[in-house]
Design a protein. Structure first.
Length: 397
């Protein structure tokens, strides 16, 4: 009995705090924050009178990166207006973008694209419906205990440390509902890790200094493995009977391997360096645009894990340089499964031994690869593109 009690006690202590009320949570979390290096005074001042943000739960459940078809996501963020505004914004700050690009080796247009997609070139930073006190947002997220609990907890502690460090106090440390800060929206943990003074004033303020925001994001991308001088990827065409099972981002292959299989740039231009490692990516299956992606595309996914986000940033960067739209059409008439049906698909793939992990309804590259194996087993084009028909096929409904 004593052993059982000790085991249960250990399990309780190891479990994340999940207090019944928000105030109980703040009281319980105080010791964790202090043990992590936050001063008692900073914690008490930052959380005094704090209430949870009632909008957070809905925002978590409706993130567009995971609920919107990739072409709709890109359409909304790489619009003619966004492109025109971006060209004007970059031209207005041309010297700063050039200096940041020279200092870090990161393509200034990639930074400009992140700026455009994250805050519409800074224009939303004064919108109180979108930009909120970070401490409140992150405290709410940790209390609600969404799937990203450990990351939210680390960001909450990091935000408190940013308040402790200054120059911004808890009221003026502003960001998105998920806690991302400033012009290019960097979460607090990464501000601590990669924050860089871009304007030489001895402070790091991503909200009010575009120079600091650009320098921090450039340093962040470099630390993620960004390779200066390497493009994010190329839109390509493939020959008939192409093996879509080659869409494996875990093992990159030289461009020359794909070129030898008949893969070509849709622009008609030759690949400048056939030795560059890439992976094949068909986000909308055999009927949509296809790409060879470099590691720099994966770096963009390190900035934000969504493929929709990464491809939107990559495409907007090209459009800001004057390139045109993707040449291949998206399969816009596709019908997709809802959340319950997506979970059914994952559960079916797990039962078939094709997928490992949890059923969460998020159909990322791992689920797509599992579905491609299922398609291959049935002699279908194994492009891994999951639609409502996939649900019907896997569940017999």
């Amino acid at each position: 009995m004593r052993l059982l009690i000790l085991v249960l006690l250990a399990s309780f202590l190891a479990a994340p705090a999940h207090a019944a009320s928000f105030s109980d949570f703040l009281h319980a979390f105080r010791a964790t924050a202090i043990a992590s290096g936050v001063s008692p005074d900073v914690y008490d001042l930052s959380t005094a009178g704090l209430t949870p943000d009632p909008t957070i739960k809905t925002l978590v459940e409706t993130q567009p990166e995971f609920t919107t078809p990739i072409w709709s996501y890109i359409d909304q963020r790489v619009s003619d207006t966004r492109i025109a505004s971006g060209k004007a914004a970059i031209d207005k700050n041309r010297a700063l973008f050039a200096a940041t690009g020279k200092r870090f080796g990161v393509d200034p247009y990639v930074l400009g694209a992140i700026w455009g997609i994250e805050t519409n070139y800074g224009s939303v930073l004064g919108n109180k419906k979108l930009i909120k006190p970070v401490i409140r947002s992150l405290a709410t997220l940790v209390w609600q205990h969404r799937g990203r609990y450990e990351g939210d907890k680390a960001d909450f502690i990091a935000a408190l440390k940013l308040v402790q460090r200054g120059p911004l106090d808890a009221r003026h440390l502003l960001g998105s509902w998920a806690g991302a800060i400033g012009h290019l929206q960097v979460n607090p943990s990464n501000v601590i890790a990669h924050g860089t003074d871009g304007d030489g004033d001895g402070r790091i303020d991503l909200q009010d200094s575009l120079a600091d925001a650009l320098a921090t994001s450039a340093k962040f991308l470099l630390d993620l493995g960004y390779a200066p001088g390497v493009d994010w990827g190329f839109e390509v065409s493939v020959p008939r009977n192409f093996d879509y099972m080659l869409a494996d981002r875990t093992t990159l292959k030289p461009i020359s391997v794909f070129a030898g299989l008949g893969v070509k740039r849709v622009s008609g231009k030759p690949f400048a360096d056939p030795s560059v490692p890439v992976f094949f990516y068909a986000p909308a299956g055999a009927k949509g645009p296809k790409f060879l992606m470099t590691r720099n595309y994966l770096v963009l996914k390190g900035y934000n894990f969504s493929d929709s986000y990464a491809l939107a940033v990559a495409h907007l960067a090209d459009r800001l340089k004057g390139a045109g739209a993707f040449q291949a059409s998206w399969p816009r008439d596709t019908k997709f499964p809802d959340l319950a049906q997506r979970k059914d698909i994952q559960a079916a793939l797990i039962r078939l031994g094709l997928l490992k992990g949890e059923v969460d309804g998020r159909l990322g590259p791992i689920t797509s690869a599992a579905y491609a194996r299922y398609q291959a087993s049935r002699g279908e084009v194994a492009d891994g593109f999951i639609t409502l028909d996939s649900w019907r096929e896997l569940t017999g409904q």
